[in-house]
Design a protein around this ligand. Structure first.
Ligand code: PAF
Length: 276
């Protein structure tokens, strides 16, 4: 497995494989790799000749310096994880390698003012800005993202359709542990007790979903969701609501929707979405 930190060496590698008409799969990450990333890597390895994983904690998508500084970083473990998963190349650039001093931040105009965009202003601007950079550096055929960050996935799908027409985006279902919670880098920041509470909240949410009348429209389901969440012991909540799978509006039947939530345990923000 190769570890490359600068763009020029990465491009030498890519040119060699382009000439041989190899297909390249790309998994962009911010490190702190876990089984969720493992699923993306597995899919990419299955679909392509070579798989590249980038590790870059992108400051431009964090809302505070504190959140950026405390984001889990597991360099050595990440290398082992990639090697165990037969990744061909890790691209691990510095911020200087990626951004110019006066970098222009792209403005996301899709699926905004709802869900995470409503509570993390500018977050998705940072996400598409770094992906724009990475896609222009890592000339790949397919790129892989998880459904756990569903709004991010939808925004990137649109962005790729508008700007990178020849790039194929592949979405991968959320990987969950045996208790049902989604693997996430932020889970590492939870105490044992917080994990137990989170598992219990998640399981009650799953039961609520099972008990919900599938013929409801989304607006009615959202009334029920409000009643349910009021009874839960949540320290802080950004949203807990159903939205349509396709356009993330609250139009249509609940059977075509997902339940999205963002809650806090201590100062750790946890998001998930469950397909109805
Ligand atoms: O989902 C993530 O880990 C990040 O938002 C991404 C897509 C790697 C961009 O920094």
């Amino acid at each position: 497995m190769l570890i490359i930190k600068d763009i020029s060496n990465l491009q030498l590698y890519l040119t060699a494989y382009e000439n041989r008409k190899y297909s390249i799969g790309f998994v962009p990450t911010m490190g702190a790799l876990h089984k969720g990333h493992g699923e993306l890597i597995k899919k990419s390895k299955n679909d392509n000749h070579k798989t590249i994983v980038s590790i870059f904690v992108n400051e431009k998508q964090f809302n505070s310096k504190e959140d950026f500084n405390s984001y889990p970083r597991n360099k050595g473990l990440d290398y082992d994880f990639c090697s165990d998963n037969d990744v061909d190349l890790i691209f691990e650039p510095s911020a200087e390698e990626i951004y110019n001093k006066d970098e222009t931040i792209l403005k996301n105009t899709n699926f905004n003012n709802i869900l995470c965009d409503k509570y993390r202003k500018g977050h998705f601007d940072g996400v598409i800005t770094v992906l724009n950079k990475l896609f222009s550096i890592v000339n790949c055929n397919k790129v892989y993202f998880g459904e756990k960050d569903f709004q991010q996935l939808k925004i990137i799908e649109k962005f790729i359709k508008e700007k990178y027409k020849f790039l194929e985006i592949v979405s991968v279902p959320t990987k969950r542990n045996e208790e049902g919670i989604a693997y996430s880098s932020r889970n590492e920041k939870l105490s044992k007790k917080q994990i137990q509470d989170f598992v219990s909240f998640h399981q009650q949410t799953v039961n609520f979903l099972k008990s919900l009348e599938k013929s409801f429209d989304i607006e009615t389901a959202n009334q029920r969701a409000k009643d349910f969440i009021m009874e839960q012991n949540i320290e802080k909540l950004d949203y807990f609501e159903f939205r349509n799978n396709d356009d993330l509006t609250t139009n249509g039947r609940v059977s075509d929707s997902r339940l999205f939530y963002a809650i806090y345990k201590g100062n750790v923000r946890l998001i998930d979405n469950l397909k109805v």
